[in-house]
Design a protein around this ligand. Structure first.
Ligand code: SF4
Ligand code: SF4
Length: 383
């Protein structure tokens, strides 16, 4: 049965999210033309915007949950419509009504785990720093050069722990005086906010901000573009400003400053995938590529849909926690694009992208022809 949200609530939520800007939509359909969903199945953001303008959105279906917040359509809309804000506002209404389609229900497990343990992966809070147990990584103390904010996937996910280890190895080799927060670290909250759970986001953000302030943190280096985005662009809503640097930028800086040097040759054909929240949302396109170009023997090739047009992996907007049928996965298309340019390695710099790509690699049976690596893993092997 269709649930029609009362007019006034949708309008109020959207006004709060994007002012009257959604009413400027002249239904040109460009958002639909550029949306990655239309590479796998029909989906219309144009229709959502039109219905939202009239307060008639059907909140029980899948469509309000599809947007991965990839940022492609807002960057191209001729009328400056804030499509992502509209999507998130509708999800807030659905969350308030507790109305979720079956494919989205798994995101509620992530939400419950965020509330109880501070991470979406059902890991125990006290085990957050277990990945670093044998690596003699210090706990952050005031006066250290940088705080390494590890993030949830790198703390708990077995595949991503390898990236955390590679990162710690690089920082140590460069002689960086860094520390982690261990069980004091909570999820940055970026993705849960995009699913409409605003209060959970605010609670996580306040907890992290208090920890940063209590520990005298000034400069934070991060592995995840989602942490990067929310610390840089959303935490200032709480009247705080920390210096935030993504690992790709930081490692490049270490090399350029002569603190880190790479050894040996890496005769591999590599292609780089721009994560949405590093590239489109924050304009970090060059540093990861410049970093890869520092490696002797590495041949860097570009896929179609690169840089501003990068194809989303499908994991943003909380979709990483939702069920996406195999035939609907953008990550499968991305792996095929990597193969098309003859890449032996698909490199990226985001835990969601790696998680989705690793799954597609298995599904497509590419285990013997294509590796998926975080750029820190490649750098760590060259020290
Ligand atoms: S691209 Fe902008 S103006 Fe065109 S249909 Fe989409 S939201 Fe409306
Ligand atoms: S932000 Fe990306 S996923 Fe969302 S509607 Fe626009 S193009 Fe599609």
């Amino acid at each position: 049965m269709e649930t029609i949200t009362p007019f006034i609530e949708v309008i109020d939520e959207i006004k709060e999210a994007g002012g009257e800007i959604f009413k400027m939509c002249f239904q040109c359909g460009l958002c639909d033309a550029v949306c990655p969903w239309n590479k796998v199945r029909p989906f219309s953001m144009r229709k959502i915007i039109r219905e939202a303008a009239f307060g008639l959105t059907e909140i029980e279906g899948e469509d309000i949950w599809r947007c991965t917040t990839c940022g492609t359509c807002p960057a191209q809309c001729p009328r400056g419509v804030k499509q992502i804000d509209v999507s998130v506002a509708l999800r807030r209404v659905a969350t308030e009504y507790d109305v979720f389609p079956a494919s989205v229900k798994s995101a509620r497990t992530a939400r419950a785990s965020l509330i109880s343990e501070g991470n979406p992966l059902q890991g125990e809070r006290k085990k957050r720093a277990d990945w670093a147990k044998d690596l003699s990584v210090k706990t952050y103390a005031e006066g250290m050069e940088v705080l390494y904010f590890v993030g949830c996937y790198l703390s708990y996910d077995p595949r991503m722990k390898k990236v955390a280890t590679a990162t710690a190895n690089i920082l140590k080799k460069a002689g960086v005086e860094f520390g982690i927060l261990g069980d004091q670290e909570s999820c940055c909250g970026e993705s849960i906010r995009k699913t409409g759970s605003e209060q959970v986001f605010k609670d996580l953000a306040r907890k992290n901000i208090k920890t940063f302030i209590d520990n005298g943190v000034k400069k934070i280096i991060v592995s995840s573009p989602h942490c990067f985005h929310t610390f840089k662009n959303e935490y200032p809503e709480f009247m705080v400003n920390f210096e935030i640097v993504h690992m790709s930028q930081y490692i490049l800086e270490l090399i350029n400053d002569g603190r880190l040097s790479l050894k040996g040759e890496f005769p591999q054909r590599v292609t780089y995938h721009d994560p949405c929240y590093l590239g489109r949302h924050n304009n970090v396109y060059d540093e990861p590529r410049d970093l890869l170009k520092k490696i002797e023997g590495l041949e860097l090739v570009e896929m179609e849909d690169s840089r501003k047009k990068s194809l989303c992996c499908g994991g943003g907007g909380g979709r990483i926690w939702m069920d996406t049928p195999r035939e609907d996965r953008f990550s499968d298309i991305r792996l095929k694009q990597a193969r098309k340019v003859g890449a032996q390695i698909l490199a990226t710099a985001c835990p969601y992208c790696i998680t989705n790509f690793e799954e597609s690699r298995l599904n497509l049976e590419y285990e013997n022809v294509l590796e998926v690596k975080d750029i820190t893993e490649i750098i760590s092997d060259m020290l």
